[in-house]
Design a binder for this molecule. Structure first.
Ligand code: FPP
Length: 266
């Protein structure tokens, strides 16, 4: 029985976004081909989806295939695509059992028609579920997402529904592929790499970043709990200053201003 951690529900993130990195190195360490690492990675996906849903996480977004991944050997690319196909076939019943809603973000039109149909079918099947959103980023890129959103806003301008001067951040944000979902508040990357790798660039603006050296196939429920506990310890300020905010309860505003002036003049 994996260890349980009692992070209070109010301190849990609403949306966790994960870069599942290190499959290749995991396989190499064992003298196996890279594909074996991806296959083992599916087990971690299963564990993390299950535990996140049990904990009441609202959204879990997994980066399964980036637009830059087309640079990999052809054989590995088709293996990753077929892995998604077969995982969906095998796991759909489990998603239904757990009341999970599935969605894909990314340029799906570039995928094989058979895979596109399969993704569409799985999304429709889970459409009426009401539990956690499982978002799979496939053929996704953050820059692509922002570009597509910008293109949609440009169409609005072209149609005369909006002037260029009145474009706000909200217009762009409302056109992103995750527009109707809460923003990710916890970002996890495994395998000891410290990069965003063109994942949810806009959406991660204020996310707490958590990095672990563990390779993705070794990532367990206990590791997810560790990340959640770390998140609960973080002080989220969103650009404000919590010390001042806290002190404001005991100090008068004027006192704070005087203190600030004294500090600047000292
Ligand atoms: C990064 O490891 C991992 C990927 C590019 C693919 C992740 C895919 C899965 C875990 C399986 C498919 C997922 C779903 C949701 C069905 P890497 O290959 O870059 O590893 P390395 O950095 O050690 O070479």
């Amino acid at each position: 029985m994996p260890e349980r951690n009692n992070t209070p529900a109010a301190m849990l993130p609403k949306h966790i976004a994960i870069i599942m990195d290190g499959n290749g190195r995991w396989a190499k360490q064992r003298g196996q081909v890279r594909m074996a690492g991806h296959r083992a990675g599916i087990e971690s996906v299963r564990r993390v989806v299950q535990r996140a849903a049990e904990k009441g996480i609202e959204v879990l977004t997994l980066f399964a295939f980036g637009q830059e991944n087309w640079r990999r050997p052809k054989q590995e690319i088709s293996y990753l695509h077929s892995l998604l196909f077969s995982a969906l076939q095998r796991e759909l019943a489990k998603l239904m059992e757990n009341n999970i809603r599935l969605r894909f973000i990314g340029d799906l039109a570039a995928l094989q028609p058979k895979l596109q149909q399969q993704l569409q079918m799985a999304v429709e099947k889970t459409h009426h579920n009401t539990g956690m959103w499982l978002v799979i980023a496939f053929n996704y890129s953050g820059q692509w997402d922002i570009t597509e959103a910008t293109r949609k806003v440009a169409v609005e301008v072209q149609a005369g529904h909006l002037s260029a001067q009145s474009i706000t951040q909200a217009h762009i944000a409302n056109q992103l592929s995750t527009a109707d979902l809460p923003l990710p508040d916890l970002f996890i990357r495994t395998s000891g790499e410290y990069r965003l790798s063109n994942f949810l660039l806009w959406q991660l603006a204020y996310a707490e970043l958590y990095f672990t050296p563990i390779y993705w196939p070794d990532f367990t429920e206990a590791d997810l709990e560790k990340a959640l506990a770390a998140f609960a310890q973080r002080e989220r300020r969103f650009g404000a200053i919590n010390d001042i905010a806290r002190e404001a309860g005991t100090l008068q505003k004027e006192d704070i201003i005087i203190e600030a002036i004294n500090y600047l003049e000292s």
